[in-house]
Design a protein around this ligand. Structure first.
Ligand code: NAP
Length: 282
């Protein structure tokens, strides 16, 4: 079994980002992400901390914008417009879900597409669907693709099964895989006989959100498994969708949870800030 850890992939990307940031700084440009948080949600705060930490290691500037829970749709909109117009800010990340009283759909369209590092704006999703490389991409599906490529696999002509059809993971991921010339099958909760699909795939990327559900019966000894799922089992253990202890020595390669896909998403997010910054300073 080959364990596909995220760290080696993240470290390589970070080295590339560091070099790019140094070059931009030499031209007087300081790549900057604005992180917009409304309220005090624990998972938002921990993602914010991770962004600050990883940014520090590559010398990327972070502007934290903390807004109170009672912020109105109009107030948030004017803050986002201010950040859109601020030339010193190259990327904007806004944590979702927003508090219920804020019109999230309206906010999705406010962040300027060229600064939309989380690919919330439909224009960026459209670019993924068109295979337009100038678009900004959501971190989780891009992280799944980078885990595969970063460990030396070529996706061209390979059969990939994606278990997830959400707008944040499965649908953009399927398009990214198509752009890599893979043959893609999207599975979901209404798929009949999931095993028949996963067993004939070269790669299985799963994000179904049921901790440890997938056992060896879903795979073959040639399967390469990318586990995007994150959850907690009945006995309180952090786990992906795959029953890792059972499956790890059966398949050809597998990402661990934690330490796999999730461990590179922050780095991927920051790579989108660099992409945005370069495109704004061409
Ligand atoms: P979601 O919107 O609930 O999507 C889950 C998907 O899995 C849906 O398409 C659903 O099908 C499908 N599914 C559920 N049960 C299934 C089953 N028994 N067989 C086949 N398909 C099944 O969730 P999400 O927000 O996309 O997140 C999915 C997972 O990814 C979660 O574990 C989440 O924690 C994880 N995640 C990880 C990261 C990371 O950085 N590693 C980031 C984001 C999310 P239907 O469409 O038919 O309902």
């Amino acid at each position: 079994m080959k364990e596909l850890r995220g760290k080696v992939v993240a470290d390589k990307i970070k080295e590339e980002l560091k070099a790019d940031i140094a070059k931009l700084k030499g031209k007087g440009i300081v790549p900057t992400i604005a992180v917009v948080r409304v309220g005090e949600n624990d998972s938002d705060i921990s993602y914010e901390k991770a962004i600050v930490k990883v940014s520090g290691t590559i010398d990327l500037n972070v502007k934290l914008v903390g807004l109170k829970e009672e912020t109105t749709t109009e107030e948030l909109e004017s803050k986002l417009i201010e950040l859109n117009n601020d030339k010193s800010v190259h990327g904007i990340l806004m944590f979702r879900p927003l508090p219920k009283h804020i019109d999230q759909d309206r906010m999705t369209n406010i962040i300027a597409p060229e600064k939309d590092v989380d690919a919330m704006n439909p224009i960026n999703l459209e670019k993924i669907f068109e295979g337009d490389p100038t678009g900004l991409e959501p971190a989780t599906p891009r992280a799944a693709v980078e885990m595969i490529k970063g460990h030396g696999y070529d996706l061209k002509g390979k059969d990939v099964v994606v278990i997830n059809r959400s707008m944040v993971v499965g649908k953009p991921l399927a398009m990214m895989l198509l752009n890599e010339n893979a043959t893609v099958t999207i599975c979901h909760s209404k798929t009949s006989d999931l095993k028949s699909h996963t067993k004939r795939a070269d790669f299985v990327v799963t994000a179904l959100g049921r901790p440890a559900m997938l056992d060896t019966s879903y795979f073959t000894p040639d399967s390469v498994v990318i586990d995007v799922g994150v959850g907690t089992t009945a006995d309180g253990k952090l786990s992906g969708d795959v029953n890792y202890d059972e499956v790890k020595d059966f398949v050809a390669a597998i990402t661990p949870v934690p330490g796999g896909v999730g461990s590179i998403t922050t780095t991927i997010l920051l790579s989108q800030v660099l992409k945005a910054c370069k495109q704004q300073n061409k």
